[in-house]
Design a protein around this ligand. Structure first.
Ligand code: MG
Length: 157
C-alpha cells in the first residue's frame, strides 16, 4: 500500500535569528522567526510524512502555544514523528522538497542538507531531494522577508 503526503511551511526572516534549513545552520544576516527553531524545511517534511500516514499534522502533535516546544529542535520533532509513523507500519519511500528563498545561495549547502535529513530519519540520501528556487526579487520571499518550503513524501507498508 502506498500513501502520498504534502507539507508546506513559511517563516518570516528577521535579524537576530539563525537560518536553519534541514537541520543545517546556513550563514546569513537573518533567520526564521518562530516559536521553535523555525526550520521551515523540516516542518514541511514533518507535515508531509504525517499527511501520508493519516496520523495528524505537526500542530496537533506539537501545539505552538505549548511552552515546552519553545525553541524546540525540529530535528528531534521530526525524528519522534517518524518513530510514531513507523510504529503504525509505514516506511518512507522518498521525499522531494522545494525551498524558496532569495538569499543566500542554497546550492553550496544542498548536499549537507540532504545528508542531514537522511541522518535524522535514518534513511538513504538517495531517498531525498531538495531543490531551491528564488522568487525573482518579488513579494516577501523575493525581498528576503520570508522563506518557504514544500515537501511531498511517499510512504509504503
Ligand atoms: Mg514552521
Amino acid at each position: 500500500m502506498y500513501r502520498i503526503g504534502l507539507g508546506t511551511d513559511l517563516h518570516r526572516l528577521v535579524k537576530g535569528r539563525k537560518l536553519i534549513i534541514g537541520g543545517i545552520t546556513i550563514p546569513f544576516n537573518k533567520g526564521e522567526l518562530a516559536h521553535s527553531d523555525g526550520d521551515v524545511l523540516l516542518h514541511a517534511i514533518t507535515d508531509a510524512i504525517l499527511g501520508a500516514s493519516g496520523l495528524g499534522d505537526i500542530g496537533s502533535f506539537f501545539p505552538p502555544e505549548d511552552k515546552q516546544w519553545k525553541n524546540a529542535d525540529s530535528a528531534f520533532l521530526l525524528k519522534s514523528i517518524y518513530e510514531k509513523v513507523k510504529a503504525a507500519g509505514w516506511r518512507i519511500e522518498n521525499i522531494d522538497c522545494v525551498i524558496q528563498l532569495e538569499q543566500p545561495k542554497f546550492l553550496p549547502y544542498r548536499e549537507a542538507v540532504i545528508k542531514s535529513i537522511a541522518n535524522i530519519l535514518d534513511i538513504q540520501a538517495e531517498q531525498i531531494f531538495v531543490k531551491a528556487k528564488t522568487a525573482e526579487k518579488l513579494e516577501s520571499i523575493g525581498k528576503s522577508r520570508a522563506v518557504t518550503a514544500q515537501a511531498v513524501c511517499l510512504l509504503s507498508k
